[in-house]
Design a protein around this ligand. Structure first.
Ligand SMILES: Nc1ncnc2c1ncn2[C@@H]1O[C@H](COP(=O)(O)OP(=O)(O)OP(=O)(O)O)[C@@H](O)[C@H]1O
Ligand SMILES: [Mg+2]
Length: 490
């Protein structure tokens, strides 16, 4: 059911269409007077406007209606009806943003179909807007976790350059978050509503990559059965992310250089250039200087790409962020048997902090996902971690153990690591607990976590404590007792 604003100065028509739409279950607000209808647009904010183009003896009102309806937030979808249809009026109404055009006299089924199409179009658009918002949320800075000074520098840099059009080169080992940074750059820029188009340059053979990036003309090679837009054109107005740019062939490097210099692309087999407004973010997991020395990467292209470089630290260079990242990856993981958030023992955290993480954050993310699936009572213990981690700790011997003990809170191996306080490892001055935070006794800490969890659940249930207690699998009496900080069992 949709709210429909209907405008026609032909009263018979108005009644007939209104009746029909009501039978279809829509909420119809009919107007025979254009001025009143225009005024009602903003107060009623309809989803659909069906308007006669030539009412009140003038055409101006009809087009103004289309314009105003499209300017609403969210915009209404508009169907235009007219008595003396010509292609020109239809085109004009469409230019003003009308969705479709109905010519009088029309059949009932025609109207129904047109309304159906308009409403599903609107639903698709709202969904896209919603998904874009969600996506943006996903790539807000808060999703990039890091407290280490090297990461703080990355955040500052992203903030400073996101909204410029400069070409950016993101550098870092595999799994350090290069794509995450590229997305953050895009979704924090004025280009955020245009496409973000990622392409891995090492994943395709040269000729495929060429036609993928620049498009091709029909018949330009065997298999080119129709004209094809390239990704640069697809990304128009937005950002193209050229991942592993170092693996591009010499020929493609010179084509890319031309795009960066001229801001235009030529499809394969086509001579006419097409202007594109695309921001380029490139990434490489190896220093491009090595490739330049080898003669496999053009130096001039390197300088074009490297206008602004964002180097990402490896995870072993910022071990203090490991507990934070673990907490981040565990967020929202409630153990199905205990109904409690998954926790990590002090010993397991020690091992996680000692590992070298050649696969960086991605490797850590995978290890946590695996451990969540394997752990028995919602507590990740040493034995739930990938065996290679345990092996590397053993190999490092007691010296590494002592070093770790100094940087982690002084707790027995089996105690739960205070994840949500997430103190920074390694950054504490001598003798003080890591992060400078006072260590809270376990019981007190768990009580606090429990209260946070209770309050969050109550909030999610819109304040309904009974529903929250049911979801949590506890009685109302227990809920009240726990909320007041009393830890006796019911
Ligand atoms: N700082 C971070 N905070 C939270 N998650 C991160 C961070 N860095 C990386 N990740 C996560 O790690 C995974 C790998 O990140 P991403 O794909 O951006 O890395 P990459 O550098 O592009 O890797 P590759 O070179 O292998 O393509 C992703 O799931 C990403 O969400
Ligand atoms: Mg990547």
């Amino acid at each position: 059911m949709a709210k429909v604003l209907l405008v026609d100065d032909d009263l018979t028509m108005l009644q007939m269409v209104a009746e029909l739409l009501r039978q279809e279950g829509h909420d119809v607000i009919p107007f025979s007077n254009g001025t009143a209808a225009l005024a009602a647009l903003t107060t009623h904010t309809p989803e659909l406007v069906i308007t006669d183009l030539y009412f009140d003896k003038t055409r101006a009102h009809g087009l103004e209606m289309v314009q105003k309806a499209r300017a609403l937030s969210p915009p209404a979808v508009v169907i235009v009806i007219t008595g003396f249809a010509t292609i020109e009026t239809a085109v004009e109404a469409m230019k003003y943003g009308a969705f479709d055009y109905l010519e009088k006299p029309f059949k009932v089924d025609e109207l129904k179909l047109c309304v159906q199409r308009a409403l599903s179009y609107n639903a698709a658009v709202s969904e896209t807007v919603y998904l874009r918002k969600q996506l943006k949320k996903k790539y807000e800075f808060s999703q990039i976790v890091g407290n280490a000074p090297s990461m703080q520098a990355v955040f500052k840099m992203i903030e400073r350059v996101a909204n410029t059009d400069s070409t950016i080169l993101v550098l870092g080992e595999s799994g350090t978050g290069k794509e995450l940074v590229a997305r953050a750059l895009h979704f924090n820029s004025r280009r955020q509503f245009a496409p973000f188009v990622p392409i891995n340059c090492s994943a395709l053979p040269e000729n495929l990559l060429e036609s993928e990036l620049f498009g091709h003309r029909r018949g330009s090679f065997t298999g080119a059965i129709s004209d094809k837009k390239g990704l640069f054109e697809e990304a128009d107005g937005g950002t193209i992310f050229l991942d592993e740019v170092g693996s591009m062939s010499a020929a493609l490097q010179s084509r890319l250089l031309r795009v960066l210099q001229e801001r235009e692309v030529r499809r394969v087999g086509e001579n006419t250039p097409i202007y594109v407004n695309v921001r380029v973010v490139a990434a490489s997991n190896e220093p491009l200087e090595t490739r330049i020395k080898e003669g496999t990467f053009r130096e001039d292209l390197y300088y074009r790409l490297n206008v602004i470089a964002i180097p990402l630290p490896s995870l072993r260079e910022r071990r203090e962020d490991i507990p934070l990242l673990v907490a981040h990856f565990l967020k929202g993981n409630v153990h199905s048997d205990t109904n409690r958030p998954v926790q990590v023992t002090r010993q397991a955290m020690g091992i996680l902090c000692a590992h070298d993480w050649p696969g960086n954050v991605r490797e850590l993310e995978n290890a946590i996902e695996r451990a969540v699936a394997l752990c028995e009572d919602g507590i990740i213990k040493a034995e739930d971690l990938p065996p290679r981690l345990l092996a590397s700790v053993k190999a490092a011997g007691p010296a590494a153990d002592a070093q770790l003990a100094a940087t982690l809170p002084e707790l027995p191996d089996s105690a739960l690591y205070p994840l949500h306080a997430a103190p920074a490892v390694g950054s504490a001055p001598d003798g003080e607990p890591a992060g400078g935070e006072p260590i809270v006794p376990m019981k007190q800490y768990l009580q606090k976590q429990e209260q946070i969890h209770l309050n969050q659940t109550i909030q999610q249930c819109g304040g309904n404590k009974e529903q929250a207690a049911m979801l949590l699998g506890i009685s109302m009496a227990t809920m009240y007792r726990r909320l007041s900080g009393d830890d006796k069992e019911a």
